[in-house]
Design a binder for this molecule. Structure first.
Ligand code: AMP
Length: 413
């Protein structure tokens, strides 16, 4: 199938050709006709499948076809809600690229940056608004956003949005838009709570499914290292020195873990950047840019911060901490081995993570090969370390966090 077959108009087709896309991806093939038909859609597709264009292109076409040369300024007619700032920024980049031969405009708003410039842009009027939920509601409360003219609402990465606790915000945003709007819900996985949300707000939606999350990427070679928790950093250094080369994404569960590993790698002369939820937005963007430009070859991230961001040509993914949700493992390793390339995925498993490996292997239906030849083997009989109150130290000893930081509602991702 070609983009022409999808009945897209000339300005869009030109932009697509200029971007270098030859043919639509599967998710685009399946989704675009439904969106053009003004249907509600629930689409399970991971990042990397071309899902952004699957909603951006038909939305642009719908808006383009129905322009009212209004002298009163532009009204927001499409809203895309995204859980993370990086993803929101990336979605807007996509809209800008595809809309370059039209007069349709878009802007992105998210927290962590000054609100005033965002207000100024909104005042001038835009057709498409891409936003994180909190900042969207904040600006709406301040009367800077009018959602009365919204025709299409997109909820991107809905599963992550719910995991991050945005359910009430999402429902509120939905209610602020007009009754008859079209809703497109995109989610990497469709767990029960996403299904429930879809049932409450979507009207007889069409379903599109392109990537069953249980199938691990075929061209990714996986390997598993059993290692005592205390030796994980040493093993990671050993692997980075001897085995793992190229562009590497390392996943840690918490931002504290990300920072700790960064310090060690920097001390050992590796070129590293990090992204996590507590990092200022401009620093997160800088880190991504440096990684994408090849200025550093190692990026350490939490799942939430890395979710959805488009990083091509990864040579390896290291699961420094194993995720407790097996689907997350599939998402992580799916970031390498893209576009016909081969990739490598490494998992470091300590005694207390053995249960996670078990459920991951059940999900992907693969026994991940174990590498036993390394300097920090785990005693097969080792039991998970239990932190008893005795072990956590004296009551006079300070915790890791200051009182001030405990009071602030901090993110863990
Ligand atoms: P996404 O899943 O939206 O994050 O897209 C992943 C990557 O695929 C992005 O770099 C897009 O620019 C690219 N892409 C989207 N659609 C196509 C297409 N039809 N052909 C080739 N690349 C595409």
């Amino acid at each position: 199938m070609s983009f022409k077959d999808l009945q897209l108009n000339k300005p869009l087709l030109r932009a697509i050709a200029e971007t270098g896309y030859d043919n639509p991806t599967l998710v685009q093939e399946k989704t675009i006709p439904f969106v053009l038909d003004k249907k509600d859609v629930i689409c399970s597709a991971q990042t990397g499948t071309g899902k952004t264009a699957a909603f951006a292109l038909p939305i642009l076409q719908l808006l383009y076809d129905k322009q009212e040369g209004s002298k009163k300024g532009k009204k927001i007619r499409a809203v895309i809600v995204s859980p993370t700032r990086e993803l929101a920024a990336q979605i807007q980049e996509n809209f800008k690229t595809y809309a370059k031969n039209t007069n349709l405009t878009s802007t992105v708003i998210y927290g962590g940056t000054s609100i005033e410039p965002q207000k100024d842009i909104l005042k001038k009027g835009v057709d498409i608004l891409i936003a994180t939920p909190g900042r969207l509601l904040d600006l709406h409360k301040q009367d800077c956003i009018n959602l009365d003219y919204v025709e299409t609402l997109v909820l991107d990465e809905a599963d992550l949005m719910l995991d991050m606790g945005f359910i009430d915000d999402v429902k509120k945003i939905e209610r602020l838009c007009p009754e008859g709007k079209q809703i497109l819900l995109f989610s990497a996985t469709i767990p029960f709570k996403v299904e429930q949300l879809a049932n409450t707000i979507l009207k007889t939606p069409e379903r599109v499914e392109v990537t069953p999350t249980s199938s691990a990427a075929k061209n990714v070679s996986q390997v598993l290292y059993y290692v005592p928790k205390k030796d994980k950093i040493e093993l990671c250094l050993h692997l980075l020195r001897n085995t793992i080369k190229g562009n590497i994404l390392i996943f840690r569960r918490t931002k504290f873990g990300v920072d700790k590993l960064e310090k060690t790698l920097l001390k050992n002369d590796f070129k590293v950047e990090t992204i996590h939820g507590d990092k200022a937005q401009n620093l997160r963007q800088d880190a991504l840019k440096k990684f994408k430009n090849g200025y550093v070859n190692i990026l350490i991230a939490t799942d939430v911060a890395a979710r959805g961001i488009d990083i091509n040509e990864l040579d390896a993914v290291i699961n420094f901490d194993l995720p407790n949700i097996p689907e997350t493992y599939v998402h992580r390793i799916g970031r390498t081995g893209r576009a016909g390339n081969f990739g490598n995925a490494y998992a470091l498993c300590s005694a207390d993570e053995k249960a996670y490996i078990k459920s991951i292997q059940q999900l992907i239906n693969v026994q991940i090969p174990v590498e036993e030849e390394h300097p920090f083997p785990l005693d097969p009989k080792a039991k998970p370390i239990r932190h008893t109150s005795k072990k956590t130290g004296s009551k006079h000893k300070k915790g890791r966090k200051s009182e001030a930081s405990k009071k602030k509602k901090k993110r863990w991702y």
